[in-house]
Design a protein around this ligand. Sequence first.
Ligand SMILES: CC(C)(COP(=O)(O)OP(=O)(O)OC[C@H]1O[C@@H](n2cnc3c(N)ncnc32)[C@H](O)[C@@H]1OP(=O)(O)O)[C@@H](O)C(=O)NCCC(=O)NCCS
Length: 313
Amino acid sequence: MEILDLRHFSSHDLRPLLEEESRVWADRLSWDYSSSAEMVLRYLDSKILPGYAAVERGQIFGYSFFVYEGNKGVIGDLFVANGSRLSAPHEVEAQLLTHVIETLQQSPGIHRVEAQLLVQEAGVISQPFLQQGFSRHPRIFMTLPLPANLSPAELAPEIEIRPWAETYYQSAAAVITAAYRGHVDSTINDQYRTLSGALRFLNNIVRFPGCGVFDAPSSWVAVHRFTRHLIGVALCSRVRHDVGHMTQVCVLPEFRSRGIGEALLAASAENLRARNFSAVTLTVTEANHRAVELYRRMGFQPGRIFEAFVWEG
Ligand SMILES: CC(C)(COP(=O)(O)OP(=O)(O)OC[C@H]1O[C@@H](n2cnc3c(N)ncnc32)[C@H](O)[C@@H]1OP(=O)(O)O)[C@@H](O)C(=O)NCCC(=O)NCCS
């Protein structure tokens, strides 16, 4: 087995592996990975996708890629075919990750590396990260089957839940920045720490496909009627024809514990139910106990535990 630069290959070489990966995403996360796979293949053919391939007799059976975002490297994906020849899959995963991590840590100007690998079960791929000085943050994948039995408490009359609109862009970024100040999730994702970062996050979620396709009708905001200020946001993307995934839920600290988070989530779930979706999913950091508790109470069922890793050099 050899580990080679991904840029030596074309979409023709990687397509069979991505087809297998799409089946794994569908089984484990109810996620239609095909549009993400097509995007990876397009980047591969443009020879602009940095990463590594595990190759045996000319055939790719594992790969990992990363992207540069300013002075940060983000590990985009890691996948090794299950029935891979010769080597144990987890050993190949470790070798690919070691190459990716070393490349990123040695890249001039890169001071931070983030990774969230959803299809890998917690513990399985931790070693190469921990050996290179990364911190580890367990996260939970949760699913709410629809229709769900939701009964959110009535909100105070000055709070209104409204459908998402593009005009909320700037104020949503401000809510995200304030909601995640000092929060474990801004350790995991540094975009939450600044207004410009939160705008980049929103841009990725709302305007680019990748984390599913943004679904405006199931995305909601909470607005204070008198001040007209935005105080909470719930954003949802379609990750399968009948599955929504909450990409963001947050409420300003001074408005918490008044049922706004629950009302936003219930509005998303209700819209998806009315459109015959079968489930809504989300991911939450295990240490974010209040959010985990809220989701459990609403009927979200905990599924796979995966890990986020962060390195700051
Ligand atoms: C998670 C988060 C969105 C929850 O929002 P919220 O508006 O506080 O949530 P809710 O008020 O609906 O429910 C949470 C609490 O309010 C209580 N509550 C619900 N309705 C209520 C009402 N009408 N009156 C008083 N309390 C109420 C709930 O029992 C729950 O109890 P707790 O305060 O002891 O935890 C919010 O804490 C947040 O923005 N956190 C930071 C960002 C984050 O972690 N997002 C989730 C990432 S996965």
